[in-house]
Design a protein around this ligand. Structure first.
Ligand code: NSS
Length: 436
């Protein structure tokens, strides 16, 4: 090691605090170009990217030879002076004094030219070393932290729902079946039913975890494995449930604007529409939404679920997310409480993101009457025996309660302005994609 012990080892994100000083950096060569007796290296270390300039006359010959032969993604340690340079990306560059190769990298498959999506997906484990992908991963982490802070700071207790379950929550057609020592088990489609039990114990709870749907849909909004935050609240009825959702969505969007503006810039997000995301959000009944869709010349019968074009037609009328509430009871899950004034519709609401990103939240008020719940189970061909514990919640001190589930990937796709959910999760699981 050529660096002396008193040279501080720093991260690229710390460089502004060390302007004018000599520092030591460790990282990978993101890119390199030569200009005669000067090598320009873009170094990355996870915290950022910085240009390192290696001038032949400033360093020993062997060091320059190493610098001039570095392949993309070689790992290096170097020392150099931090220089303010308004033209450099980030405003700083490092003028190298020493450089050592830690691990070589040759024939790196992802060059800086354009690649096809399938190729990039096959190389997802390497693809996410790029500025755009690291920015997305940081935005995801920030979104998750903001969601947790929102609930933790408001008295919600985190209660983990199980992943292996004996029963369906969101219909039997998308269940992932597995073998549980001879009995069938399913990967969780939603932690909701267990949150209902938890809310009766703790009042306000939430779970945050992966959920699974064997969806045969190959769209830009569908994943097989996705993450959901699912709060559940005892004594909370339909309207209060919506107020919490609009408060939560506004909170996380403003938090990301506060803390992750550079990352939003890296992914090219126009932040003006995000700044408008403040409560209250508009509310539209399903009936009104159907009218609106038809008035725009799109096909829709009362009783149909919304497809992507219909959702976009509704959402594009508003500059912030919009609730569509009181869907036909027949198209929604078995646990949805029918509207007492009009039982053919239920106390459900979906939240549609603006700018065509579609549904990001599904939720509503749950059935609290045991006889009605038993009838609904039968109508949905769900075996009462498997839901015995769930029925107990209506047997012992049943109270009105509501909750919802927000999908992390669709929400992030909207906030970051991404074309497809495949970029919003580190290793996407999709129809026909389980590798890497
Ligand atoms: O099916 S949901 O509309 N509702 C539930 O699962 C409720 N049990 C949640 C609850 O009340 N606790 O799904 C909720 C959200 C939905 O709005 C999407 O944002 C997301 O989950 N979601 C998905 N994201 C990505 N891929 C797929 N396949 C997917 N399915 C739902």
């Amino acid at each position: 090691m050529t660096a002396s012990a008193d040279v501080p080892l720093v991260h690229i994100s710390d460089l502004p605090a060390h302007a004018g000083r000599i520092v030591r950096l460790r990282g990978w060569v993101y890119n390199r170009r030569s200009s005669g007796k000067i090598e320009f290296i873009i170094l990355r270390d996870g915290t950022g990217f910085v240009q390192v300039v290696v001038v032949a006359s400033d360093v020993p010959d062997d060091v320059f030879r190493v610098a001039a032969s570095l392949g993309q993604e070689s790992a290096v340690v170097l020392t150099g002076e931090v220089r303010t340079d308004r033209r450099a990306p980030g405003g700083y560059e490092v003028s190298a004094r020493s450089l050592e190769l830690l691990a070589p990298s040759e024939d790196y498959p992802i060059s800086l030219k354009e690649h096809g999506v399938e190729f990039l997906m096959d190389n997802r484990h390497l693809w996410f070393r790029t500025p755009r992908q690291t920015a997305i991963l940081k935005l995801r982490a920030e979104l998750i932290r903001a969601l947790r802070d929102f609930f933790d700071d408001r008295g919600f207790v985190l209660v983990d729902s199980p992943i292996l379950t004996p029963a369906a929550c969101e219909g039997t057609t998308t269940l992932f079946k597995t073998d549980y020592f001879g009995d069938p088990a399913y990967l969780s489609q939603s932690g909701q039913l267990y949150q209902e039990a938890a809310a009766m114990a703790l009042g306000r709870t939430y779970c945050f975890g992966p959920t699974f749907r064997a969806e045969k849909s190959k769209t830009r909004r569908h994943l097989i494995e996705f993450w959901m935050v699912e709060p559940e609240m005892a004594f909370v009825e339909f309207e209060e449930n919506l107020r919490i959702q609009e408060e939560m969505v506004s909170f996380v969007v403003q938090r990301i604007l506060e803390r992750r503006l550079p990352e939003l810039e890296t992914v090219g997000r126009d932040t003006a529409p995000l700044r408008k995301v403040r409560p209250p959000f508009p509310r539209l009944s399903y009936d009104e939404a159907v009218e609106l869709v038809r008035s725009k010349g799109l096909d829709m019968e009362w009783g149909d679920d919304f497809g992507a074009p219909q959702e976009t037609a509704v959402a594009s009328e508003f500059d912030r997310p919009v609730f569509v509430h009181r869907y036909p009871t027949a198209v929604k899950a078995f646990y949805m409480k029918p509207d007492p004034d009009r039982p053919e519709v239920c106390l459900s609401a979906d939240l549609l993101a603006p700018e065509g990103y579609g549904e990001i939240i599904g939720g509503g008020q749950r059935i609290d009457d045991i006889e009605l719940l038993k009838r609904r189970l039968a109508e949905h061909c769900l075996p009462e025996e498997t839901y015995r514990w769930y029925l107990d919640l209506r047997r012992y001190g049943s109270v009105p309660h509501s909750g919802f589930g927000l999908g992390v990937e669709r929400t992030l796709a909207w906030i970051a302005g991404l074309e497809h959910v495949r970029e919003t999760i580190p290793f996407p699981r999709m129809l026909h994609r389980l590798y890497p």
